[in-house]
Write a protein that binds this ligand. Structure first.
Ligand SMILES: Nc1ncnc2c1ncn2[C@@H]1O[C@H](COP(=O)(O)OP(=O)(O)O)[C@@H](O)[C@H]1O
Ligand SMILES: [Mg+2]
Length: 363
């Protein structure tokens, strides 16, 4: 099919998008790649009636007619399914991360279940994902909360299939835990202490016996390669349950992560904002602000690495567009910290952020 003619005709309302539904994705790609050539063709077809503005409007109209089509959504969806779970950013394997990584290796070798414990944003998820990808293992994870139920881990029978065919194996849709036990990969039970005790208890059998009882199917035995990593925020944090005593007894290596040292955190920031041209001085100032929130006695939940990364991104953008000055960095830090820290009860958030920014960024 000659997409030039089709697109130009569509722009001139001489054909209808619905007639080309089956080619929707190809037409979108064609529009994106051949814009200039389409413009010449359209110009030729329109003759003296050609207007740049109308060209822009018409081509946008055609493109969005196709991009809204359900078949394009389905194709895009299939393309976007993640097949590689390794993180986009490379892990900074230094200091506490190197130690933790080695402990994970020990845990796996001895078939002991490890638990990563640390405040939000200290790299627990990142470490587990990098550990799996560096061992070329399949990886599944589930972030838990109050509403997580055992079926979310184990899987369940598809109701429509079950109605048609009964509780057959084909009707069973496995959950992430079952998948990794059968396939032999790593499972990360993320924020395990947010799950209820009922849900936490569904790990008892897999961890103790390396088996899992699936109703109506039977008991499955985990592959030798199956390995589970748990992660949690320290239990004194709000909104979390405790790890149940029974489960505690089955987790054998407790690996604590804290906010990293200055040099490691600066390296993490740079790794996460690779395009940045920020000077070492500005990066250092960003660290100072973050570090002040961690030392302040008025802060309940200090700024995480994520806040530092956000500041570095915004500051880098400002620097590359015109220039970055101390007052700009102060503004950026204020915006990020407004929701990035939690003050102790009774302390005014706005005043606290201002105090932290003013004391740590004096130039
Ligand atoms: N050692 C590290 N190397 C590279 N990036 C890291 C490291 N630790 C943390 N990060 C970055 O910090 C952010 C928060 O990490 P994450 O693993 O999501 O924290 P947690 O799971 O503890 O809340 C992520 O953007 C991650 O890329
Ligand atoms: Mg996490």
């Amino acid at each position: 099919m000659d997409y030039f003619d089709v697109v130009v005709d569509l722009m001139r309302d001489e054909r209808k998008p619905t007639d080309f539904e089956g080619h929707a994705l190809e037409i979108i790609e064609f529009i994106d790649n051949e814009r200039d050539t389409i413009r010449s063709a359209y110009k030729k077809a329109m003759g003296s009636k050609f207007r740049v503005k109308t060209f822009e409007q018409e081509i946008k109209k055609v493109r969005s007619a196709f991009s809204r089509s359900p078949s394009v959504f389905r194709k895009n969806l299939l393309r976007k399914i993640v097949t590689d779970e390794s993180p986009d950013v490379e892990l900074v394997l230094k200091g506490q991360y190197k130690e933790a990584f080695e402990l994970l290796e020990d845990a796996e070798a001895c078939q002991l279940t490890p638990m990563l414990i640390g405040p939000p944003g200290t790299g627990k998820t990142m470490l587990a994902r990098s550990f799996a990808s560096s061992h070329n293992k399949d990886f599944e994870w589930l972030t838990m909360d109050e509403s997580t139920k055992p079926v979310h881990l184990m899987g369940s029978y598809d109701p429509a299939e079950t109605l048609k065919r009964g509780f057959v194996i084909d009707a069973f849709v496995p959950g992430p835990l079952t998948k990794m036990m059968v396939q032999g990969g790593y499972f990360l039970a993320n924020e395990l202490n947010r799950a209820t005790e009922f849900t936490q208890n569904s790990f008892l059998e897999p961890l103790e016996e390396r088996t899992l009882n699936i109703p109506r199917l039977g008991r499955i035995k985990a592959s030798d390669e199956f390995f589970m990593i748990a992660a949690a925020n320290p239990s004194d944090m709000a909104g979390t349950h405790r790890i149940s005593e029974a489960l505690k007894d089955r987790i054998k290596i407790w690996i604590t992560l804290d906010y990293p040292s200055r040099s490691v955190e600066m390296e993490i920031i740079k790794k996460n904002v690779p395009e940045t041209n920020l000077s070492q001085d500005f990066l250092s100032m960003i660290y100072d602000v973050i570090d002040t929130t961690r030392k302040s006695r008025e802060v309940e939940r200090p700024a995480s690495i994520r806040s530092a990364i956000a500041m570095a991104k915004l500051a880098g953008r400002k620097e590359s567009r015109d220039s970055l000055e101390l007052k700009d960095l102060k503004k950026i830090a204020t915006k990020v910290l407004s929701g990035g820290i939690k003050p102790k009860p009774g302390i005014d958030a706005e005043a606290l952020v201002k105090k932290i920014v003013d004391t740590s960024l004096r130039g």
